[in-house]
Each structure stands twice: as C-alpha cells, then as structure tokens.
Design a protein around this ligand. Structure first.
Ligand SMILES: [Zn+2]
Length: 179
C-alpha cells in the first residue's frame, strides 16, 4: 500500500470561515481515542466519534469506535460493511460527529486520500500525529478539519481550540479491529 500522507492536495480557493458550533469531547473519550490509536502500534488507524448533535449543530461525543480495517505504516482502509457494523449498533439519536485517524509523523493535514475517505461532510476530521502518541494540550498539534463549500479546511490553532473543546462526562469505546 502507498503512504497516503504523500498524496498532497491543492490549497483552498477561499479561507476557512469560523463557525459558532462547538464539538465537546469528554476527557474520557479523548483518552479512549489515544489508547485506540496507540494499540495499532506503528500503523495508521481510523476511528469514529459518535454522539448527540443539537439543532444548532453543537455536538457532544459519547462513543468512540474502531471498525474492522486494514492498517499499515502509512495507510488504513475501512470497508463500508465494516462501518455499517458499527453504525447499526449505535443507540437511537447517536450521530457521526467526527472521523479520527493517525499519521506516522508530525504532518496532520489531510491527504487527497483523506479527502476521498470522508464518509460525512457534516463530521469534523481529526488527524493525530505520531500514531497517537500523546503530547501537548488538546487540540495542540492535532489536525482539525472541517468541510466548507468545496474543501476540507485545516483549522488554525485558535480556530481549532474554539471548535473542539474538552469537557467532563463519560463516553464508551468499542474496538472491532481484532478477531
Ligand atoms: Zn491521513
């Protein structure tokens, strides 16, 4: 498999326009996310954040899921059936809020491949560096992306801090990657 990270994409035609919506992620969900990414070892892995979204578009993460997938040092792939296994078991009202995946190095911008792999444009996309090795204060060093008009924008530090906020509360996790 090719390293998806090598597939650079063109820059945006217009700048990201900051939005009012906030995605809240309980510290417990964040810990689960790092743990799931680190369990993949020196391989990229993809996860999903699910939870509630209010009428204004604000979300709170309640469930972190790792579907069945193939993983390699520079790529991962989730088949639609593998994602369906997760989605069909979600509680009523649970919506996809973000896709999460890891990169080998410090580069956390979407590749062309990442743009194509996004299953929902209403979700955010978070890219964790160094296979999820934790460092810094979230979301420092993490690539937070949001779709606007025609592009998955990589948010600047200030915008990312405003858009995704760590909060209290509980979250569950699910790992279907291993037999
Ligand atoms: Zn990627």
């Amino acid at each position: 498999m090719d390293a998806e990270d090598n597939l650079r994409r063109p820059p945006p035609k217009r700048p990201y326009a900051p939005v009012d919506q906030v995605l809240k992620v309980p510290a417990q969900a964040l810990e689960a996310t790092l743990s799931l990414l680190q369990r993949a070892g020196d391989r990229e892995s993809g996860l999903f954040w699910y939870g509630a979204r209010d009428a204004a578009g604000n979300g709170i993460v309640r469930h972190v899921a790792a579907p069945r997938q193939t993983m390699s040092w520079g790529n991962f792939h989730i088949a639609p059936e593998a994602l369906a296994e997760i989605v069909h078991r979600l509680p009523q009202g649970c919506k996809p809020l973000a896709q999460v995946h890891s990169h080998p190095g410090m580069r956390v911008e979407h590749s062309n491949y990442d743009d194509r792999m996004m299953s929902s444009r209403r979700s955010l996309s978070l890219v964790f560096p160094s296979y999820g090795a934790s460092r810094g204060v979230f979301p420092e060093g993490i690539g937070v992306h949001e779709w606007q008009i025609d592009y998955w924008h990589l948010l600047g530090d200030t915008e990312a801090r405003r858009r995704v906020v760590v909060t209290d509360g509980s979250a569950t996790m699910e790992d279907r990657r291993w037999p």
